[in-house]
Design a protein around this ligand. Sequence first.
Ligand code: GLY
Length: 288
Amino acid sequence: MAIASGNGVETVRIAHELVTQEKLRPVSAAVRGVAVVEADPNDMSVGYGGLPDEDGKVSLDSACMDGPTHNAGSVGAIQDIMHPAQVAERVMDATDHVNLVGDGARRFAIEQGFRPENLLTERAEEIWKRWIAGRNDDDRLWPLNDTNPADPVLQGEPRPWGTIHCSVLAPNGDLGCCTTTSGLAFKIPGRIGDSPLIGCGLYCDNEVGSAGATGRGEAAILSGGSWLIVEKMREGMHPREACLAALRRVVEQTERAARWQPALWKDGRPSFGLTFYAVRKDGEFGSA
Ligand code: GLY
């Protein structure tokens, strides 16, 4: 079984085929599955074509986790490499480290045979230039996610914290997962989100299940969301209930944090989007 965020329909098909027919381990099936979205210039929240940071540089975050070995690898704020999930897999398999960031991650990727290339498409650059022209300092305190069609920068497209997550359950019950993203559009250079952080944007435990997140990374980080979901499934919750439990935790934490007032609507509820996905070892799955 393979599950993914809504931008992962093709990813799921590929990952399922790889894990059933090619007998790839689930983590590798997830990494290969998300590659199609990383290479898609029309998905402006992942890989090639992703919206850049404040400086106009596309900077990518990714991680993967392997159930049977309970090992993981990640890259944060890596530039010029189209498939950061595959670099994360190399960090997991070819080093004793879990996280590599920035220029070190880029150098490691090149050393591993990945080709550096320009990931900024003309469309993404045009949107970034409009953002630069209308930039306002409050943006660093609370990055508005304006989906108003009249918005002069994104013209109705959400300012993405978008991402793709994929979790895979192999026929033998082994689990693996992967999350990959270009992160928040127009972020401060060097910002990493939840996607490269184990326990936040993804987590799996081979005895229990696998989970991941898309949406506002800061909320997935501050809640330890993916780890929490796996622990809730360990306690016996259905994956959908576990995802809802993590979202309830995020709501409570957001309401408590006074400095996050801009993150609340007037009725006191969080104004941002965050989605969790989970699959349990017995094949039950859900999201919220
Ligand atoms: N969830 C992706 C990010 O916040 O970077």
